[in-house]
Design a protein around this ligand. Structure first.
Ligand SMILES: Cc1cc2nc3c(=O)[nH]c(=O)nc-3n(C[C@H](O)[C@H](O)[C@H](O)COP(=O)(O)O)c2cc1C
Ligand SMILES: Nc1ncnc2c1ncn2[C@@H]1O[C@H](COP(=O)(O)OP(=O)(O)O)[C@@H](O)[C@H]1O
Length: 310
């Protein structure tokens, strides 16, 4: 079932109110986040399962110049939440009003009055309100007073410690998408609309569908074995480069270029999702196009081997 997204908490339709609500930024919707969703559902299986996040992420609001760090943008987050059984997402616009709202006002105005939440669930380190002034102790007291249920969920851990969005980001920046996938419970995917490049790929014999990284976290620059989720729902193996094409003089923004194996067609202006499977090598500056072509051929062979296709 799909997860509906509500962005105007001042004008929610009646059907959007009264859920059991998982709280948090939920960036990535990783295994820890899904435990919070499971707790929200387990406590009140009679109520619609919902989530509440802030959009943009407060860090994007306060520090717009910082490098992008998102694991999931809003549509991907809603899709991952739907997979976890969530039927609605309250994406509260994080603006000056929200930034100034004290914890108590946030609970009253947003959680109680606007969302009409009947039960809440969050991780033990959840903090909210102006300067993160509200913590789970505060929330527990408030919820008790208001007769609203609350589940506080201990962190889900593996051998290296608690699973967190920060750990997943670090794994991707270090070139370990398979570790990120283990923490996420699925491959990390970057979604974007295919733009027109300068058509050199076709000339080289390696056409690539290009998307911008945009507000996504930039993982290690270089070459990856990938699977591409196409608009028709198929998953096509390929080889991709994330970088700024230093050989061609360098670009101001990072692009993700994917060659799909044994595939031909037109993807321009269509949205695709590229799932990183394995990091193969770092981005390099070649002395000429022949060298670049040879490197891409070797990359393609390497990616085929990793993906198990001859
Ligand atoms: C598997 C693969 C690896 C690549 N590796 C590099 C690289 O190491 N350095 C570089 O400058 N460009 C690299 N490129 C990028 C090419 O420069 C780029 O695909 C080519 O310019 C085509 O651009 P277009 O899609 O805009 O036509 C790579 C491309 C692919 C598909
Ligand atoms: N096997 C393929 N892998 C990736 N894109 C392909 C493939 N076959 C055809 N295409 C199409 O060709 C385009 C890429 O061609 P390319 O010469 O690299 O041009 P551009 O520089 O505009 O990206 C893609 O956007 C897609 O529409």
């Amino acid at each position: 079932m799909a997860c509906e997204v509500w962005t105007d908490w001042r004008a929610l339709p009646a059907g959007a109110r009264g859920g059991t609500v998982a709280l948090g930024n939920l960036d990535g919707v990783h295994r820890g986040h899904r435990a919070v969703l499971a707790a929200a559902h387990a406590a009140r299986p009679d109520l619609p399962l919902q989530a509440m996040t802030l959009e943009p992420h407060p860090r994007e609001y306060f520090r717009p110049q910082d490098p992008p760090f998102r694991l999931t943008l809003l549509p991907a987050k809603a899709a991952a939440l739907a997979e976890a059984g969530c039927t609605g997402l309250h994406a509260i616009p994080f603006d000056a009003t929200l930034a100034a709202m004290e914890a108590e006002a946030f609970c009253e105005t947003i959680l109680a009055e606007a969302l009409g939440a009947r039960h809440l669930a969050c991780g033990a380190d959840f903090a909210f309100g102006h300067r993160r002034g509200g913590d789970v102790t505060f929330l527990a007291r408030w919820a008790e007073r208001r007769g609203i249920g609350l589940s506080i969920v201990p962190p889900v851990s593996d051998a290296a410690g608690p699973i967190s969005s920060t750990r997943i980001r670090r794994a991707l920046q270090d070139g370990y998408p398979e570790r990120a996938a283990a923490l996420l419970g699925r491959d990390w995917e970057v979604r974007g609309v295919v733009f027109h490049g300068d058509r050199l790929g076709r000339e080289l014999g390696w056409p690539t569908a290009n998307i911008w990284m945009g507000r996504h976290l930039e993982p290690a620059r270089g070459v990856y074995a990938v699977r591409a989720a196409l608009p028709d729902g198929t998953l096509v193996p390929g080889v991709a480069n994330i970088g700024r094409r230093p050989t061609l003089g360098g670009d101001p923004e990072t692009r993700l270029e994917t060659h799909l194996f044994d595939w031909s067609g037109d993807l321009y202006d269509r949205e695709i999702g590229i799932r990183l499977v394995r990091f193969l090598r770092e981005d390099m500056t070649f002395t000429g196009l022949d060298e670049l072509k040879a490197a891409i051929a070797a990359d393609a062979a390497g990616a085929r081997a990793v993906l198990g296709i001859g």
